[in-house]
Design a protein around this ligand. Structure first.
Ligand SMILES: C[S@@+](CC[C@H](N)C(=O)[O-])C[C@H]1O[C@@H](n2cnc3c(N)ncnc32)[C@H](O)[C@@H]1O
Length: 487
């Protein structure tokens, strides 16, 4: 067991940081505490902590990552195991103590490569550094008993713990949407965290870019994606902005998200509205698909997102703000220099009206706000934050946004409704409501129609909707439905 005398925080300026402050478990504990204590996303909090912990080697980075995602996904099952030996109130008040105890339990139950004595020792050191000697002694007693129980009873399967840890409402909603076996496969689908998606612009040679990227980052892996013809799947690539071609020939975009943009079927010369554009990831792909001669406009509720979009995609100032386009931005000026751009941006709340957005678009993409349940393996904190009551509220919002955005399409124009959810309440149920006659006075009908883009036609099996699933397609989970707009 490690020397406890050193586990009491950072006294002495010249002393190098002890692993209880700077090791992979300390990094993971701080991330978990931030996720529990604020609205932090696990991946962003982990990135930030890892940037501060430059001394960690790749193995330690891997361990910190596994501990964060593992604890968040299996949290309820781990807490239930610990509850066999200690009341929750004794170890959950301080988030860092809680993190170290849960990481110790995770290591004991699921990490073959960490011997039991080391798992207990590391967790006790961390708990003691956070809560003092009595907390350390408590953690030691509890985790030793758990270690003995795991030794005699065997290691439980991680997949079962992850399934059992999902909130009851979510398990139920997934079973109703996908069936029991698929719901469990969805919940336990790996890899966790999933690889990074890159989206190569139409007209660029994906194979050539894979070779270029492999040469530029030899320790990373780059493979062609299986679903999107534009996707490169990267592992260990680090900061994408440092790689050749970023922002001009390709951007970072999850493979399934690319499929949603392709599903719209935008063609050269067409006028396209990205009605919930956010920062413009799908606008980027669409703006290339309509070349030559077409145009993409982008709309969103939040002017700040549109500002970022304009900075990246070289669009003129937002009509509702009248502000000038900023230079720079996450994807730099490179996107702005590329041939395609977004023509106009509109700040609009579709639940209230259509603002300044003109009519007559050939195609409208409604990438609607949703529960985000489809991205659960990438964002495990979603299970902690969403509630059953969110679903009807989100479904109403999705219907309102899609109906109003449809009024901007020309007669016979196409609309794709898409969400990064796999729950029926936000998928088929919303598509059915959109297809039903409405007496909202908006003067449009939405007719379900087969997709006209090849990729989406294949995914939908010739039908008018498709679902992407991590355990089937290797992407995040999504739903898309195609409509023809009639006036
Ligand atoms: C799923 S996100 C879109 C992501 C984006 N298309 C992308 O590819 O990065 C949904 C977007 O809808 C926007 N939104 C939410 N409510 C809205 C409303 N009432 N009117 C317009 N946009 C809204 C959000 O700001 C958010 O950017």
């Amino acid at each position: 067991m490690a020397d406890r005398d050193q586990g009491d925080g950072g006294r002495g300026a010249a002393r190098p940081p002890h692993p209880t402050e700077s090791g992979p478990r300390a990094v993971a504990a701080r991330v978990l505490a931030r996720v529990w204590g604020s609205e932090a996303f696990a991946s962003a909090a982990l990135d930030a902590e890892l940037r501060r912990a430059q001394a960690l080697d790749p193995r330690d980075v891997g361990l910190a990552t596994e501990l964060v995602y593992g604890v968040l996904r299996a949290q309820a099952a781990l807490e239930a195991r610990i509850a066999e030996f200690a009341a929750k109130s004794r170890w959950t008040t301080d988030p860092l103590v809680r993190a170290h105890v849960l990481m110790g339990a995770y290591s004991l139950c699921f990490l073959d490569r960490v011997p039991s004595f080391a798992a207990v020792s590391e967790a006790v050191d961390g708990a003691q550094a956070a809560g003092g000697p009595r907390v350390g002694a408590f953690a030691n007693a509890v985790l030793r008993r758990l270690a003995a129980a795991v030794e005699s009873g065997g290691r439980p399967p991680l997949a079962s713990a992850v399934v059992a840890s999902a909130p009851g409402w979510l398990r139920g909603a997934l079973r109703r949407s996908l069936g029991r076996a698929a719901a469990e496969a969805f919940l336990s689908a790996g890899p966790v965290p999933p690889p990074t998606g890159l989206c190569v612009a139409p007209g660029e040679d994906r194979g050539a870019w894979i070779e270029t990227l492999r040469a530029a980052a030899p320790t990373a892996t780059f493979e062609a994606g299986c679903v999107s013809p534009a996707a490169i799947v990267a592992r260990g690539a680090g900061d994408l902005r440092r790689l050749p071609g970023f922002g001009a020939a390709w951007i970072g975009q999850e493979e399934g998200a690319q499929a949603l943009a392709f599903a719209l079927g935008a063609r050269p010369g067409e006028a396209v509205l990205d009605a919930c554009s956010g920062r413009g990831n799908k606008s980027w792909l669409l703006s290339r698909a309509v070349l030559p001669g077409g145009a993409v406009d982008a709309a969103d509720l939040y002017p700040a997102k549109l500002s970022q979009l304009r900075a990246a995609l070289g669009a003129p100032p937002v009509s509702a703000e009248g502000a000038g386009a900023e230079a720079g931005g996450a994807q730099g000026g490179a996107l702005g220099r590329a041939a395609a751009s977004v023509r106009e941006t509109y700040a609009v709340d579709w639940t209230v009206g259509a603002g300044d957005v003109p009519e007559g678009y050939d195609r409208v993409l409604v990438d609607a706000p949703c529960s985000g349940v489809g991205t659960l393996r990438r964002r495990p904190e979603i299970a902690l934050r969403r509630e059953a009551d969110d679903l009807p509220r989100l479904a109403d919002l999705q219907v309102a946004i899609a109906r109003r955005a449809a009024t901007r399409a020309r007669d016979g124009g196409r609309l794709v409704f898409a969400v990064c959810s796999v729950l029926r309440e936000e998928c088929e149920a919303v598509a059915a409501r959109l297809a039903a006659p409405a007496d909202d006075g908006l003067g449009v009908r939405l007719e379900p129609a087969p997709f006209d883009a090849e990729l989406a036609r294949e995914l939908a099996g010739g039908g008018d909707a498709f679902r992407l699933l991590p355990h089937v397609h290797g992407t995040d989970g999504y739903f898309a439905a195609m409509f023809v707009v009639r006036r």
